[in-house]
Design a protein around this ligand. Structure first.
Ligand SMILES: Cc1ncc(COP(=O)(O)O)c(C=O)c1O
Length: 435
């Protein structure tokens, strides 16, 4: 199918280029030759400003677990909108959202809120440094944790920069990142237990924390091996370092989050995306003892944390409604949708004789155009052919389905089996040139 005409988007983009660098304010949604502007969302569909309707199989990069226009979220947000969007005072809504999250997340006794996952990760890192009195943070090569300098280190490493697997380099993402920042980031390979353990032990008593996502999207959306997570927990304890579990995306893997599904007991957990019900949010939580670094009740806290819109009641109220809608039955539905997609796409690959595979779990899936074994960032990088997956995502867009440029998809409770089947049919058409 050729790309549908988009004159209204073109006009908007011409205006945008005058007032924003590259006409864009969010690199992740930039597309050539021009951006396509959304007009409205309904259920699992987005209508653009030229009235083209597409199934949204990405949900604002995994954040809209109930799609658009969920009745309960709408009512909660509307009530709050009328009562006031933000105050220079706390509201009861932040307590209620915390109660729900603490009840669901086994390792979390207390929380604080931010406006994004990036800030949540930043605060967890600062808290870990303050708690341990140590400077270094370890993170997995290729994993995305937002745009705080240490957290984004090596997220885009390439064969030209990543160095030996036994000691991956700390590769800056933004030009101008100070060498001092890079020196305090210890990069470990994901899912390579002996090598990661050796690297962590070499950092000894300068390590404040290990930051890990159990299924890092950019590193392939491959689940962590149980022995890898067990090693991270054991070694951090032995070294006196903390374990930060980034659940900004993976909290949607189950009623008790990724930590429930993977049976892992982190010191800090970072959250974002779905816990705001479609509004801007982030959160850092953990045991009361480690969270005490934020406590202002005994004087200046070890980590002062504020934020004009932190815990704003719009995000809190919508988040409460979103989580109340996320019942065990909702998770069962999401699992079934993910499995249905898996089966459908595998059949497409077989029908076309395409070497492809799907990684991920539950409502999170990533399509790869390779049958090479994927275990970490380097194997995904080497095998994937990012350009081919991007081309597939572009064709799917024209076929009426939105997925991320790297093949990531996130299903929502607003979808039914028929929507998944429609997505699979679009893949069937879009995959033809790859056969
Ligand atoms: C695992 C992970 N951590 C942190 C972030 C940063 O969240 P935000 O985009 O809300 O700053 C993201 C964003 O995609 C993420 O995927």
């Amino acid at each position: 199918m050729s790309a549908p005409a988009t004159p209204n988007s073109e006009k908007l983009y011409a205006r945008a280029r005058e007032v924003m660098p590259g006409g864009n304010t969010r690199t992740t949604v930039y597309r050539k030759p021009h951006q396509i502007y959304a007009w409205r969302g309904d259920g699992c569909r987005i209508t653009d400003v030229d009235c083209h309707v597409r199934i949204d199989a990405l949900g604002n990069f995994t954040s809209l677990i109930h799609g658009y226009g969920n009745r309960r979220i709408l009512e909660a947000a509307t009530r709050q909108l009328e009562a006031g969007t933000c105050f220079g005072m706390p509201t009861e809504s932040e307590i209620r959202l915390s109660e729900i999250l603490c009840e669901r997340l086994p390792s979390v006794e207390q929380l604080r809120y931010t406006n994004s996952g990036t800030e949540a990760v930043m605060n967890a890192i600062k808290a870990a440094r303050a708690y341990t009195g140590r400077p270094k943070i370890a993170k997995c090569e290729g994993a995305y944790h937002g745009t705080y300098d240490p957290a984004e280190t090596s997220q885009d490493a390439s064969p030209a920069t990543w160095g030996d697997i036994d000691r991956p380099g700390s590769v800056p993402t933004a030009k101008g990142t100070p060498q001092g920042v890079l020196d305090d980031v210890v990069v470990i390979p994901f899912n390579n237990t002996p090598v990661a353990e050796a690297i962590l032990r070499a950092s000894g008593n300068s390590l404040a924390a290990v930051l890990v996502d159990v299924m890092p999207n950019r590193a392939g959306l491959v689940p962590a091996k149980p022995e890898y997570l067990a090693m991270l927990r054991r070694v951090t304890r032995e070294l006196g370092a903390l374990l930060i579990l980034d659940e900004v995306i993976t909290f949607r893997l189950g009623y008790n989050g990724a930590q429930g599904r993977f049976d892992i007991d982190p010191d800090f957990t970072t959250l974002g995306k779905i816990i705001g019900g479609g509004f801007a949010i982030g959160a850092v939580g953990g045991r009361a003892e480690v969270m005490s670094v934020f406590d202002p009740s005994k004087g200046q806290p070890a980590v002062p944390h504020g934020g004009t819109f932190s815990a704003n009641p719009m995000s809190m109220s919508a988040g409460i409604a979103a989580l109340e809608e996320l019942t065990p039955a909702a998770f069962e539905k999401l699992e079934a949708l993910g499995d249905r997609f898996d089966q459908g796409i595998r059949a497409c690959f077989a029908r076309h004789g395409i070497k492809g595979q799907v990684t991920g779990l539950g409502s999170l899936r990533r399509v790869h155009l390779t049958d090479a074994p994927l275990s970490d960032y380097r194997s995904t990088f080497a095998a994937d052919g990012a350009a081919r997956v991007l081309a597939l995502a572009k064709t799917l867009f024209d076929e009426g389905v939105i997925i991320a440029g790297n093949g990531l998809m996130a299903f929502s409770t607003a979808m039914e089996d028929a929507d998944i089947d429609e997505i699979v049919r679009a893949f069937d058409r879009a995959l033809l040139p790859f056969a």
